[in-house]
Design a protein around this ligand. Structure first.
Ligand code: PEP
Ligand code: MN
Length: 326
């Protein structure tokens, strides 16, 4: 296939987003929930990303779901939560764009656009994104070959947008034990075939929490320029992809374990020196948010108990009436 723009050239492309560089020496960590669900959820997620030394907060606001009955995302309301949480912790933002309307809404508000697997061959969308001068993470299609994937990247470059980051997120195989099969050879192959940076999303590859850490480590050891990982403050309550989401603590732990792996291959994963990276005001605000959430939870419990008391009273009155009649 004729792919002049994405094919390997002398110099590797570095995609710079503010102070973060994809394709340089540093390994970039992106985390956050599959879908933006609430302001509190995003604040906790952002705190977790920051504490782990991550640079980018993820969260889908338009969710292309396999079932029309699954949660479709909060749309514009979700975008506000994503942007606000990221700003509070000085993080970059990434979210998925699904069509021209969502692109118009997102292009000026987020730092990185994501084209999801299901849209890797949405050529009209690729052309629209190609017209922008904006970093794009292009995920590999569910069953896309390396050449088809590169060809989709070529569409974006051909439009004049050179800031493309490839993302391997697992491909469909005959193996049902994992959601997809992570094709780690794609990382090495892409280093030979193209000058574009490549990151790995172990979450959608595995579909299960227990495999995220080993796959992430393998990806970094194999030369990936970064990781896109689903992390949710309360995975058990997640509206999408909870089973494959790490908790903030697990995310932080994984980040620490990645440091020696990055070092072993001559790369760097920058960790915050300590949780003090969150300044006092942020910490106090977080504490206040936690207290507010506890109060709301207690009030809800009180209301439920009051209703139960009312029901009990009604029942005993009915019982007394019946006794009198008898
Ligand atoms: C996602 O990142 O939440 C997502 C939907 O990923 P993919 O397009 O890889 O399935
Ligand atoms: Mn997801």
């Amino acid at each position: 296939m004729n792919l002049p723009l994405v094919s390997l050239k002398d110099e590797r492309t570095k995609v710079q987003v503010k102070n973060t560089i994809f394709g340089g020496n540093e390994v970039i960590l992106m985390g956050g929930p599959c879908a933006v669900e609430s302001e509190a959820q995003m604040a906790e997620a952002a705190k977790g990303v920051k504490a782990a030394g991550g640079q980018v907060l993820r969260g889908g606001v338009f969710k292309p779901r396999t079932s029309p009955y699954s949660f479709q995302g909060l749309g514009e309301e979700g975008l506000d939560y994503l942007v606000k949480a990221a700003a509070e912790y000085d993080l970059l933002t990434i979210t998925e764009v699904v069509d021209k309307t969502s692109l118009e809404l997102l292009a000026d508000q987020v730092d990185i656009l994501q084209i999801g697997s299901r849209n890797m061959q949405n050529f009209e969308l690729l052309k629209w994104v190609g017209k922008l001068r904006k970093p794009v993470v292009l995920k590999r299609g569910l069953s896309a070959t390396i050449e088809e994937w590169l060809s989709s990247a070529e569409y974006i470059l051909a439009g004049g947008n050179s800031q493309v980051i490839l993302c391997e997120r697992g491909i469909r195989t005959y193996e049902p034990s994992t959601r997809n099969t992570l094709d780690l050879s794609a990382v090495g192959l892409m280093k030979e075939l193209t000058h574009l940076p490549i990151i790995v999303d172990p979450s959608h590859a595995a579909g299960r929490r227990d495999l995220i850490a080993p796959l992430a480590k393998g990806a970094i050891a194999g030369g990936a320029d970064g990781l896109l990982i689903e992390m949710h403050p309360h995975p058990e309550a997640a509206k999408s992809d909870g089973d494959q989401s790490l908790t903030p603590n697990e995310f932080e732990q994984l980040s620490a374990e990645l440091v020696p792996i990055a070092k072993a291959i001559g790369r760097r994963l920058v960790r915050p020196s300590s949780l003090e990276t969150l300044n006092d005001l942020q910490l106090l605000r977080n504490r206040m948010d936690e207290i507010d959430r506890d109060i709301a939870e207690l009030l809800a419990q009180r209301m439920k108990t009051a209703q139960e008391i009312a029901k009990c009273k009604l029942k005993s009155k009915d019982a007394q009436k019946t006794e009198k009649v008898i």
